[in-house]
Design a binder for this molecule. Structure first.
Ligand SMILES: Nc1nc2c(ncn2[C@@H]2O[C@H](COP(=O)(O)OP(=O)(O)OP(=O)(O)O)[C@@H](O)[C@H]2O)c(=O)[nH]1
Ligand SMILES: [Mg+2]
Length: 388
């Protein structure tokens, strides 16, 4: 009897499913990890894996990495790989990280009788606590280390402990204080929690030629947008994702806002206005020549708020091109500057770090301490709102 034919004879014996799950993403990589878990896990892997020490998995110590071959045909020596028995009914197979090699292992195990699951379906079975399961799923999508650390805190129980404490306060003291303030403290972090995976949307806007595209490039660190001396250069919304102080940000450079006879430019301006409505934060840019009419930066900021910026939007006002100012003009500007009005030069980089700090503090005014609870799914937010 060939090895392949032996499968039918050797097949699964239990009625409880044994699962096979790819733990690494599809595609090219050095190593992939395929997890086999369930009552027939050892038998399933033994059916394809031949350890160089010739022992079946049941005789391999738990936790030992075992080298061998995945031999699924009598006509081919099979792929060299390692396998680790991680528990009584759980094995990890580590083939090379290519699409075909992973597929061969998974297909074999499915043929043996294992049920294939994708990792998102499998994870909640592994993690009975829905907060831990959601945090583990979200961690796979965390775009920055800072957001990953916050999600890791939730995975390690920060939010679970806070929710349990809330429940017990509610039961012992009812829905008044201190329950309310505990609840409010968690709800205050909802916006942050919503943006641990999904980036904040920051829009650069203003009149034409003030340096929006130049600033976008300075923030991103590469020439994403075209910059030109004439007004009306940017006609479309130019977006790029980046991180500001560890917070994920989608940055949009937009067409300069003005009345234009050009239909194409007007279409670009309509898109820009649409972006302003959807922005979490608008960085409104002016250049200092605007002050030549005698208007102060304060006047310009008020004008932007009343004319260009949708009501209720969060805005930072940036006066660009300060490298063109002489020392008297710079000192005239100084009294108007604070954390809402900043002076920058997109060309030389002066003040851009302060602008990034201001953006970060505006997006996340109170960054959570390590280990703090942060609700990060809509279900968690709904639960908190219901409790309140
Ligand atoms: N001196 C100086 N020039 C700048 C600065 N920022 C931008 N510029 C120049 O201003 C001109 C317009 O810059 P852009 O970045 O294209 O301006 P914009 O606001 O995107 O213009 P539109 O796309 O037409 O709305 C270019 O010649 C830039 O080199 C700055 O900080 N200092
Ligand atoms: Mg532009």
């Amino acid at each position: 009897m060939t090895h392949y034919q032996a499968i039918g004879w050797f097949g699964p014996v239990s009625h409880v499913s044994t699962f096979v799950v790819e733990l690494t993403p599809p595609g090219r990589g050095a190593i992939a990890v395929v997890c086999v878990a369930g009552p027939d896990a050892l038998a399933a892997v033994d059916s394809g894996f031949f350890a160089v020490n010739r022992k079946p998995l049941a005789q391999q110590p738990i936790g030992r990495i075992v080298f061998g071959r995945w031999k699924t045909s009598d006509h081919h020596p099979g792929e060299e790989l390692v396998v680790c028995r991680c528990g009584e009914d759980r094995v990890e197979v580590h083939p090379h990280g290519g699409i075909a090699s992973v597929q061969a292992v998974v297909d074999w195990l499915v043929h043996f009788g294992c049920t294939r699951l994708d990792w998102k379906t499998w994870l909640p079975r592994e993690e009975p606590d829905p907060i831990r399961a959601a945090a583990r799923t979200a961690l796979a999508y965390a775009p920055t280390q800072r957001t990953a650390f916050i999600l890791l805190d939730q995975y390690q129980g920060a939010l679970r402990r806070a929710m349990d404490a809330l429940e017990s306060t509610l039961q012992s003291a009812g829905p008044a204080e201190p329950f309310r303030s505990q609840c409010d403290a968690l709800l205050a972090r909802v916006e942050l929690g919503r943006h641990l995976i999904r980036p904040w949307h920051v829009v650069l806007a203003g009149k034409p030629n003030v340096g929006k595209s130049c600033l976008a490039n300075a923030i991103l660190g590469f020439e994403r947008a075209l910059v030109d001396t004439g007004p009306g250069t940017t006609r479309d919304v130019v977006t790029a994702t980046t991180a500001i102080d560890g917070w994920p940000v989608e940055l949009s450079d937009t067409a300069g806002l003005r009345d234009s006879p050009d239909a194409l430019e007007r279409a670009g301006i309509a898109l820009a206005e649409h972006q302003l409505l959807a922005a979490d934060l608008i960085v409104w840019i002016e250049d200092p020549t605007m002050c030549e009419s005698g208007r102060t930066p304060g006047d310009l900021r008020s004008e932007a708020l009343s004319e260009g910026v949708p009501a209720g939007s969060s805005m930072i006002f940036a006066i660009n091109k300060i490298d063109l100012l002489n020392s008297q003009q710079r000192s005239d500007l100084r009294p108007f500057l604070d954390d809402r009005v900043l002076a920058i030069s997109a060309k030389t980089g002066e003040g851009v770090d302060c602008l990034l700090d201001a953006i970060s503090s505006r997006l996340v005014p109170n960054p959570p301490q390590p280990g703090a609870a942060v609700p990060f799914t809509e279900e968690q937010v709904e639960k908190l709102q219901e409790m309140k």
